[in-house]
Design a protein around this ligand. Structure first.
Ligand code: SRM
Ligand code: SF4
Length: 585
């Protein structure tokens, strides 16, 4: 198809893999979506089947669009197999929470649902939302109804659509943050899928009229080729890891007032060990737009991926591959053609970290904010640290907004100075530190692990349950080398899919098999450069050996202010580094 951009160049786009292909030539998921009656499938009837704990395969895939994943408890999978029992199926339900903002009332509902149906816990995710694990099939409707009571849902938390929209949470920049959050909220409302199937399945509502083409004016019957991720960053914090988003917006402000955004496209983390054609990619900054151009930009960028993304090979269906296949210039020109104007040159911006600013801060509006470190995001009562009870008690006071961070922690925000002592006392009473606890390394405070075992069906090794243990051992090395207070980012995932965004951590471990990981080093401290694999498929002893050597050298030979990731590259611990931001393995 020849396309003419009124403001830039003429481009040719090859549509060989696009929607004009007959269904039988596309990935099976394309037919499934097409025939699903806008995501309804037969989920309603499937949910009343009493013979099995599971749902049928197609419905299992369709339920993702409603926020639900079927899982089984991997800790007891073998035991049940030996007993000739089907796996112990349960469900994970992920909510949609644009920008991670949650009222005390909503937090209390999550607490109640997690206690009642989710094994007395729930989990904060790397995209600033929440998940319930261990739900049984009969609980799903109850949880959906509970969420609806407080204005929440599971729409688009998963599936081939635009996912939960992220928005940076920088407590010191409250006013600007609020303006950016409003745009994230607006974006979420704009890109959400519109099908009435959700209300019909979960609340028994009858669709006003038979579902037809007007149901999904943007997505159509086949939705996106794959998931599509959008985020807003507020410099100097890159907490949302803008370069990992399919579409990112970097806020540009003047005197505290939001003016517009630099637009970043084509980030993504997922890769597979046995598929060299899959790789993590950092997004590219393609230009600047004013705030009032946000919605046209969303439509244009998402429209390009909707129309030109690969619908044949799902492993190759993310926007990053569309961009690399067609060329960044071609994609940019096509976006501009759809917009009808050229993007302005990008404005300058700088980031200084992708972590959370922990402890108490006072915002530019005088309100107080307390960022509580939650290791791996699990909200649970464990020993003396009773996170579930403590945060519930704080929510009951109604004195703060809960802001979930992209590092799986929570900010108790917008607290009037007079209310701060009460919040502090409640946290202390439940064993929760409102300032980072003495003795915890800055590395631990910059750590992140994905869920992995026992619920994630794709996990090949532990992550959430193992990283804290490994960090305790690494802290021994940090003590020896005098690096306990040096912030270094470390991330672990149970497989290469990259759910904790490992490929932009200074130290990263991705699971290969029980107890075995690929070890990566050398990413930029604020997520601006990918890391590189330095050891493949190794166990704890090798990991500690390599870290001992590199951390020891860092302590001795670093330049003033030099970050660990930059040092290992300069000192040659990361071999064959290519120029530029795009190296991995
Ligand atoms: Fe993820 C699949 C958990 C953020 C890349 N991810 C999964 C599933 C649903 C496994 C599955 O498909 O059966 C995991 C459920 C585990 C469980 O038991 O809960 C899962 N992903 C998570 C969460 C909960 C990790 C966490 O510890 O917080 C995060 C939920 C975010 C959210 O609220 O929406 C999570 N996943 C991410 C991120 C990070 C991000 O988005 O900022 C990535 C990398 C960025 C990206 O998409 O490129 C990510 N998840 C994946 C992939 C690889 C996608 C790819 O392009 O190849 C998969 C596998 C897939 O989709 O086929 C996956
Ligand atoms: Fe599961 Fe892999 Fe994602 Fe971890 S990175 S949650 S193991 S899919």
């Amino acid at each position: 198809m020849a396309t003419t951009n009124p403001n830039t160049t003429t481009v040719e786009i090859d549509r060989s893999r696009d929607l004009s292909q007959p269904l039988e030539k596309l990935a099976p998921e394309e037919r499934m979506k097409f025939e699903s009656d806008y995501l309804a499938g037969s989920i309603t009837t499937d949910l009343i089947d009493e013979i099995t704990l599971a749902v049928d395969e197609n419905n299992n895939k369709l339920m993702k669009f409603h926020g639900i994943y079927q899982q089984d408890d991997r800790d007891i999978r073998d035991e049940r197999r030996q007993q000739k029992l089907e796996p112990f199926f349960t469900f994970m339900l992920r909510g949609r929470l644009p920008g991670g903002v949650c009222t005390p009332e909503q937090w209390l509902k999550m607490d109640e649902l997690g206690r009642t149906y989710g094994n007395e816990q729930f989990r904060l995710t790397t995209r600033q939302t929440f998940q319930f694990h261990y739900l049984n099939r009969n609980a799903l409707r109850q949880v959906m109804l509970g969420l609806r009571d407080v204005g929440l849902d599971g729409k688009a938390a998963c599936g081939d659509v635009a996912r939960t929209v992220m928005s940076g949470v920088h407590p010191g920049l409250s006013k600007l943050h609020k303006q950016v959050f409003e745009q994230a909220q607006r974006t979420s409302d704009h890109v959400i899928h519109k099908t009435s199937a959700y209300e019909e399945i979960w609340f028994g509502e009858k669709p006003a009229e038979p579902r037809g083409a007007s149901e999904e004016p943007f997505y159509g019957k086949q939705y996106m080729p794959r998931k599509f991720k959008i985020g807003f960053a507020v410099p100097p914090s890159n907490d949302i890891d803008i370069y990992s988003q399919d579409l990112g917006f970097v806020a540009v402000a003047s005197r505290g007032k939001l003016k517009g955004f630099n637009v970043v496209i084509g980030g993504g983390m997922g890769r597979a060990d046995r598929a060299p054609e899959t790789y993590p990619r950092l997004g590219d900054v393609i230009g600047y737009v004013d705030v009032d151009q946000l919605e046209p930009v969303l439509d244009a960028v998402m429209g390009v991926q909707r129309d030109f993304g690969d619908r044949v090979t799902r492993a190759h269906a993310r926007f990053k591959y569309t961009i690399d296949d067609k060329g960044l210039d071609v994609i940019k020109a096509e976006i501009e053609r759809r917009l009808g104007f050229a993007l302005a040159p990008a404005k300058k911006f700088t980031f200084d970290s992708n972590g959370d600013q922990l402890g108490w801060t006072t915002g530019d509006d005088g309100l107080e904010h307390c960022t509580v470190f939650i290791e791996s995001g699990r909200i649970i009562n464990k020993g003396d640290r009773r996170l579930l009870d403590g945060l519930k008690a704080v929510a009951e006071t109604g004195t703060c907004v809960f802001r979930l961070t992209p590092n799986q922690s929570v900010i108790l925000s917008d607290i009037a100075p007079a209310d701060r002592p009460q919040v502090e006392a409640l946290l202390a009473e439940h064993g929760i530190d409102s300032e980072p606890k003495k003795g915890l390394s800055a590395l631990r405070l910059n750590s992140m692990a994905c869920v992995a075992m026992p619920t994630c069906g794709l996990a090949m090794a532990e992550a959430e349950r193992y990283l804290p243990v490994l960090i305790t051992k690494i802290e021994g090395l940090l003590e020896t080398h005098g690096l306990m207070d040096d912030p270094i980012t470390i991330r672990m995932t149970g497989c290469p899919n990259g759910c904790a965004r490992p490929y932009i951590a200074e130290i990263a471990l991705t699971g290969r098999a029980p107890g075995k990981y690929n070890l990566y080093l050398g990413a930029g401290f604020h997520g601006e450069r990918l890391n590189k694999m330095v050891r493949e498929n190794v166990g704890e002893d090798v990991i500690l050996e390599v870290l001992d050597e590199t951390l020891g050298a860092y302590a001795k030979d670093r330049n003033a202010g030099e970050r660990f990731g930059d040092f290992v590259v300069r000192a040659g611990f990361v071999a064959e580094v290519k120029e530029g931001r795009h190296f991995n393995d």
